[in-house]
Write a protein that binds this ligand. Structure first.
Ligand code: GFP
Length: 839
């Protein structure tokens, strides 16, 4: 398949050598060379992984030239830089994306063909770095792509987890977690930079003593020191010469062996220290939206934050920028509160290690940080027990106390005689066990605070951070999330791209608003026919994939109704299940009923400790077992759970969707980004007025969106009035029957206990208000079914959805960040033949 404009390379290359050349011949030579010299194999004995590695190195060589030119330019200009600090980067496979961004997908495809290999097989071979849980980590990855594409100097800083998000298997309908081993076959994309290692202190105590000038200073006497080693991955922009850096830190012991212990015969003791240190970057916490206050997690946070800040200081020294100018050289974006301990850490570095007075250090700090909030769920807001925090970071706790004292003075001044406000806003929660409130620390220490969709920002201001909004209204702003059309369209949906290319060219890849031009073709019957044809082909691929992986036969003409995202009660996959059961019940009551055939596809992982989410997965599989086998259903409904949702998986599945399920309880989903990926690929959305759904609806038009459920105000009002889920159940016979079927054990081999916790929840307090939204959801689904039967109307709506998605490119988001408060300009990278070899 031809990708848009892919024969055009990013830049003219003057010397066509084996490390830089982009022609099919050179690529073939380079590939053979890498197979031989790096993998040490000849084709006859090479494994698929060897071929993948040889190709990856071939591509990496081509990135390096751009990467070094970029680094050299930034160094020479001492360019202002965005440092994006994130505990998660859910990058997805690198090879395909790099081929797209380099503009050599077709050449490589051809080269592989001539060598008797299939590029698609090699792309499949890549183990993706799953260094994130879901939306937050994937957003960080989209933003890196856009930063490079927009030629903005930037560095992503995070943790090089040895084990990323677990692999999900399904056994007897239940989720089973398997350790991820993404590094086991080697990672061709990274370069270790041991020479830039730094040390991070942990634990111990502080002490006040005089320095050599007789001035009293605080000294931190740590209990332990860990080494951080940076591993760099180039992040190439789409058809630019800019290749920025993702720098991930690996933890190691300062000394691999404790020689004293070793000499005295305690071999295990000697390696113990090494193990303890390395644990810090061992594994990603597979949490979503719950903050657990675990010691190792705090260690991970201070570890990568401290490494990154010291790295920035090293860069400044190298570029001869004075530390007073920290905030001019760097803007640090905090991706949620996970890296917010950077605020006291920067203060500590400036004051304790560089003798900058408090006031000055605080000025610099406040002008450096910007904070993005990603959630409204109270249980997701990080707070650390003082006892744990003080034990691990005694100096930081002192600094936080001092920040808090000065901050509360400010509050007192602005709101005199308001004791309750002081209590509410204190960085220390003293209502019971004492905690440090990290979101509040982030608000006080940053000059900008943003939500990730308009509604979310509004709710932050009204509710979760209301006091801070009253205190610092000027800091608050909205930055609606976006997604990169490179990965989630060009790479993942070549069929649609080809069709778009034939009508509107491909300027949309860099300017998604260009998609608007599609509207001109919506009335063209031939185009609509092609659109439908294309969709069928994509769906057929997924039908084959489902058959191959699950053995289930799926009807390609059925509506593909997909909900793919993390499992969480607020996302309400179980509301979707109630719809499936309702349709099933209608068939059971009347086997000849005229029903629009649907295939319900689910994908997503549940946090290993989140019982209810895991039970919902089991419910889906149990309902599927019955529905898929019941002869009365006559294949009109199919339920498929596709295991191990990942970026790779997402790329395969989004293009096939007819309907995208975005049905969170209003006010709970901060933004959502899956909603954007589906719509950009031509799915219609059934959704609540939540997160970015609100803006998607605004853009595509209410007539092209299936809206359902309560609004945020209605949710609040209903809760205030006293919500009684039981009454909805009693009043609605379809709802009652659906719940009764689950409760009776119909889907659990007669066992009424299996799903009892779920049923009790729904009829008891139903925190996420499924009972209240059920009827609206079902009626809307009935409208969806009807609309789907009108093929022409459906295709029109699908085209218009794609055409109107311009706003949701991550390029737009990044541009907004740059213009509004990063205050940073693009820097053009000229591709020189050589980067100076001498200093
Ligand atoms: C969180 C929020 C989402 C939001 C993303 C990115 O996602 O609504 O779209 O962050 O801002 F919940 P998770 O990391 O929880 O998936």
């Amino acid at each position: 398949q031809t990708l848009p404009n892919s024969s055009e390379s990013v830049a003219e290359v003057r010397i066509e050598d084996d490390r830089t050349g982009l022609s099919v011949e050179t690529l073939k030579r380079a590939f053979a060379d890498n197979l031989f010299y790096i993998q040490g194999k000849f084709p006859g004995i090479a494994s698929k992984n060897d071929f993948y590695m040889a190709l990856a190195y071939t591509v990496r060589d081509r990135l390096l030239r751009r990467w070094l030119n970029t680094a050299e330019t930034y160094t020479r200009n001492a360019s202002r830089t965005v440092a994006y600090l994130s505990a998660e980067f859910l990058m997805g496979p690198q090879l395909g994306n790099n081929l797209i961004n380099l503009g050599i997908y077709d050449q490589v495809n051809q080269a592989m063909k001539e060598l008797g290999l299939d590029l698609r097989d090699l792309l499949e071979e890549e183990e993706e770095p799953g260094l994130g849980n879901g939306g937050l980590g994937r957003l960080a990855a989209c933003y890196l792509d856009s930063l490079a594409t927009l030629e903005i100097p930037s560095l992503g800083y995070g943790i090089r987890y040895e084990f990323g998000i677990f692999e999900q298997d399904i056994k007897d309908g239940w989720q089973v977690e398997i350790t991820d081993k993404w590094l086991s076959a080697g990672n061709p994309w990274e370069l270790p930079r041991p020479e830039w290692s730094v040390e991070v202190k942990l634990g111990g105590r502080t002490e006040m003593r005089a320095d050599e000038h007789g001035r009293f200073k605080v000294y931190w006497l740590p209990e332990k020191v860990v080494k951080g080693i940076p591993y760099d991955t180039p992040i190439l922009g789409y058809k630019t010469n800019t290749a920025n850096t993702l720098r991930l830190w690996k933890a190691e012991a300062v000394e691999s062996f404790d020689f004293y212990a070793f000499d005295s015969g305690d071999y295990l003791g000697a390696v113990h220290q090494k193990t303890v240190s390395e644990n810090i970057s061992k594994v990603l916490y597979p949490n979503d939206n719950s903050a657990q206050g675990k010691e190792l997690r705090l260690a991970q946070q201070i570890f990568f934050v401290s490494c990154s800040l010291k790295d920035m200081m090293r860069i400044m020294e190298q570029q001869k920028v004075s530390l007073d100018q920290f905030h001019e050289k760097f803007v640090i974006q905090l991706n949620d509160t996970h890296p917010s301990v950077a605020i006291p850490e920067l203060m500590r570095l400036l004051i304790d290690e560089h003798d900058i007075p408090w006031e000055k250090a605080w000025e610099i700090t406040k002008k450096t940080f910007a904070y993005t909030n990603h959630t409204l769920l109270p249980e997701a807001l990080e707070r650390w027990p003082i006892s744990l925090f003080g034990k691990m970071l005694p100096r930081h706790l002192e600094i936080i106390y001092e920040i808090n004292n000065r901050f509360l003075d400010e509050v007192r001044m602005k709101f005199p005689d308001d004791k309750d406000r002081l209590r509410r806003m204190s960085l220390i929660d003293e209502s019971g066990e004492r905690y440090v409130r990290m979101a509040y620390l982030a608000c006080v220490g940053s000059y900008s605070i943003n939500g990730v969709a308009a509604l979310h920002t509004e709710l932050l201001q009204k509710d979760v951070l209301h006091d801070f909004y009253e205190m610092y209204p000027q800091k608050f702003n909205n930055k609606t999330n976006g997604i990169t059309p490179r990965r989630f369209m060009v790479l993942s949906n070549p069929r649609l791209c080809k069709l778009l290319h034939s009508k509107i060219g491909d300027d949309w890849v860099k300017n998604l608003y260009e998609m608007k031009k599609l509207e001109a073709f919506v009335d063209d019957p031939e185009f609509r026919h092609q659109w439908r044809q294309m969709k069928q082909e994509i769906k057929q691929d997924v039908v084959d994939y489902i058959k191959e992986t699950t053995g289930i036969n799926v009807n390609v003409n059925s509506m593909f109704d997909i909900q793919a995202k993390r499992f969480h009660e607020y996302k309400r996959q179980h509301l979707n299940v109630l719809h499936i059961i309702t349709l099933y019940n209608r068939i059971k009551a009347n086997p000849n009923i005229d029903i629009t055939p649907r295939t319900f596809l689910f994908g997503g992982k549940a946090a290993p400790g989140y019982y209810m989410a895991k039970l919902i997965i089991k419910l889906i599989n149990s309902v599927g077992d019955i529905v898929n086998r019941d002869p009365d259903v006559r294949d009109r409904l199919k339920v498929v759970f596709l295991k191990d949702f990942s970026v790779k998986f997402a790329q395969r599945i989004y293009p096939s969707a007819d309907l995208s399920e975005q049905i969170s309880t209003a006010g709970k989903e901060a933004s959502g980004t899956g909603n954007m990926k589906f719509a950009l690929n031509g799915a219609l959305t059934i959704g609540t007025l939540d997160g970015a759904n609100v803006e998607i609806l605004e853009e595509v038009g209410a007539e092209n969106f299936f809206l359902c459920g309560l609004t945020t105000e209605e949710v609040y009002a209903l809760k205030a009035k006293g919500y009684k889920p039981w009454e909805y159940y009693q009043k609605d016979p379809e709802l009652k029957l659906a719940i009764d079927r689950i409760a009776s054990g119909f889907f659990s081999h007669g066992d009424p206990n299996l799903f009892k916790p779920l049923v009790d929840h729904l009829l008891g307090n139903d925190q996420y208000m499924l009972m209240a939204d059920y009827r609206s959801y079902i009626d809307t689904q009935d409208r969806v079914s009807e609309a789907y039967r009108d093929v022409d109307r459906w295709v029109r709506m699908s085209i218009l959805n794609v055409a109107r998605m311009g706003k949701f490119s991550s390029d737009r988001s990044i541009r907004d960040y740059c213009e509004d408060f990063w205050k940073i300009q693009p820097v053009k990278i000229e591709l020189k033949e050589y980067v100076e070899a001498t200093a």
